[in-house]
Design a protein around this ligand. Structure first.
Ligand SMILES: [Zn+2]
Length: 325
């Protein structure tokens, strides 16, 4: 109950911040100069560690810091740009996220794998900074984008929200009882190869994974769809309660029918028997040009508030899940 009160205070604060952030958002996204393409060194480490307590977020950290979301989303889609599988942009994005996660105190594993084209991609997997436990909850977003698309919505938005949740969790005292891990998959747009590799080659003890929460295309819209929520009502209840009591976002839980052909990392985890929910955003006003998988998927077309709502929702539900299961 005490934690709920603290959360409520934090959420009230963040709504104020979010409105301010949304105002300056478009201007900043447009003004930011695009840096010259840089040659990015591929990080080969498979495990690295940094002291968990060395870089604790300060007291202004909120359940879904709008500034953190804006910064990560803009860096991936405007500074790096397109991040197709196996190419420099995807590697640069993975390297950037690895550094950011380590700054927050996470231990991060980077697993490289070879694509059918012969080039390589890389997934990132964190270990909980505070503790390990026999149950784990996964929060996941794919790093890559379609060739030629800056992928601001698909899927810099999902990565940015997951990073904001990672930041808020890293700063929590006391820690939730169970582990929360963050997965950033590569090559999702290429037959969902990143999660396939993860499940085939470094299988976690899947029986210990209690939920897989996926974020894909969460940056543009007025409503959230929660795909597979109706497949897993026990899992969804935590989100429904958090939304009703704290966040008040427009969310539509739906049933995931299309399981025969994996088009989402979430489908692979459903096949593996892990309770899953996959978030996306929808309901933004129509634009006069197509956005999905095109060069128009840029920061300017996003609606930042929906990402803040989703970050709050995931943070609130996950800490309840990780404390109670
Ligand atoms: Zn996607």
């Amino acid at each position: 109950m005490f934690r709920r009160k603290k959360l409520l205070l934090a959420l009230t604060l963040i709504l104020g911040l979010a409105i301010g952030a949304a105002g300056g958002y478009l201007v900043q996204a447009k003004l930011k100069p695009k840096p010259k393409a840089s040659t990015q060194k591929v990080v080969k480490v498979t495990k690295s560690s940094s002291p968990a307590a060395s870089n604790k977020p300060n007291a202004t950290t909120t359940p879904a810091d709008p500034e953190k979301i804006r910064r990560v989303m803009t860096f991936l889609s405007a500074n790096i740009g397109p991040r197709p599988e196996g190419k420099a942009g995807e590697k640069q994005a993975a390297s950037y996220l690895l550094t950011e996660l380590e700054k927050l105190g996470y231990k991060v594993g980077m697993e490289e794998f070879v694509l059918p084209s012969g080039s390589s991609s890389q997934n990132l997997v964190t270990a909980d900074p505070g503790q390990s436990s026999k149950y784990t909850f996964f929060v996941c977003a794919h790093i890559d984008s379609k060739s030629g698309s800056p992928g601001a919505n698909d899927n810099a938005s999902g990565v940015a929200v997951a990073m904001a949740v990672a930041q808020a969790l890293a700063g929590m005292e006391p820690r939730p009882r169970r582990s929360v891990a963050f997965l950033f998959f590569a090559a999702e747009e290429q037959w969902v190869k990143g999660s396939e590799y993860y499940l085939q080659h470094q299988p976690p003890a899947l029986a210990s994974v209690r939920a897989f929460i996926n974020l894909d295309g969460v940056g543009r819209g007025r409503r959230l769809e929660a795909l597979a929520a109706k497949n897993y009502p026990k899992l969804w209840k935590y989100f429904a309660v958090a939304n009703r009591e704290l966040v008040h976002a427009a969310v539509s839980p739906s049933y995931f029918h299309n399981r025969a052909r994996p088009r989402l990392d979430a489908a692979r985890f459903m096949w593996a028997g892990v309770p899953t929910v996959s978030f996306s955003a929808y309901g933004a006003p129509e634009l006069p040009y197509p956005v999905y998988h095109t060069s128009h998927d840029r920061p300017e077309i996003l609606t930042p508030q929906i990402m803040v709502y989703l970050g709050q929702l995931i943070f609130s539900a996950v800490i309840q899940l990780a404390d109670s299961e």
